[in-house]
Design a protein around this ligand. Structure first.
Ligand code: BTN
Length: 244
């Protein structure tokens, strides 16, 4: 994974560009990274804002032979790959906030946006986009508008984004092999071990619907297991808020 590699100075969004290229047949494994995005996107129609050259922003094109229900498991995989890479390089231990955020010191460090296209019930391609706050200053972070942190802010030094990207791709390779070849239990265990939410009371909002309960863990397909007062629920979409 990671080839062919395309690097941009300025683009609307690497996820949008990856989707355009995927439509035109770019192969499995293609990687697009950029210094700046004018229309960086997050989940739930949110924006991803970063000053030029400070954030690691990339999108990976995958063409997995997977059932559609498993596609969002790839979000978890990318989150794990970033966690591992950051541990190796910086020694920091970010936590994952289901389904797609990485947290450090209780605030957001990185996010993953997964999008896919299908034809006749078959996954055609998946675009996994990652934004990781690497060298954003405190002032840059203040301009984002919601609480966030960066590697620079946590460690007091700047970090080489290319080195981090290479480590993410190396980890992603191994994780993707495991994910597509079957035994996903080890991945679930690793994910839960890095979960910011495990054992916490949370509420999950999906549109107008809000469910509350204990975050019990993750199912093999990436769904959140929520223990309500009367029953256990499997949740595949939503925005999580920690209650305790
Ligand atoms: C989120 O926090 O909801 C997900 C953020 C994902 C941001 C990355 S930056 C690279 C890629 N291109 C985009 O437009 N979004 C993702």
């Amino acid at each position: 994974l990671g080839l062919p590699y395309f690097h941009f100075e300025d683009i609307d969004s690497t996820n949008l560009e990856a989707r355009r290229r995927a439509e035109k047949g770019v192969p499995h494994g293609a990687l697009l990274a950029t210094e700046y995005q004018s229309k960086g996107r997050g989940r739930l129609e949110r924006r991803w804002i970063a000053p030029k050259g400070a954030c690691l922003m990339f999108s990976l094109v995958l063409r997995p032979k997977l059932e559609m229900s498993l596609v969002f498991g790839l979000t978890n995989l990318a989150a794990l790959a970033v966690c591992r890479a950051l541990e190796e390089i910086t020694g920091l231990e970010p936590k994952i906030k289901w389904p797609n955020d990485l947290y450090l010191s209780g605030v957001k460090l990185a996010g993953v946006l997964t999008e896919f296209a299908s034809r006749a019930e078959q996954v055609e391609y998946v675009v996994v986009g990652v934004g990781l706050n690497v060298n954003l200053s405190r002032q840059d972070l203040a301009e984002i508008g919601s609480p966030a942190t960066s590697l620079l802010s946590e460690t007091g030094r700047s970090w080489d984004r290319a080195r981090i990207l290479a480590a993410v791709m190396r980890n992603m390779n191994g994780l993707y092999e495991t994910f597509t070849k079957g035994d996903r239990r080890a991945l679930v265990a690793e994910y839960e071990a890095r979960s910011w939410l495990l054992g916490k009371e949370v509420s999950v909002r999906d549109g107008d619907e809000v469910k509350t309960g204990l975050f019990k863990g993750m199912a093999a397909d990436g769904a959140l297991i929520l223990k309500g007062r009367t029953k256990e629920m499997l949740i595949r979409h939503g925005d999580v808020t920690v209650l305790s």
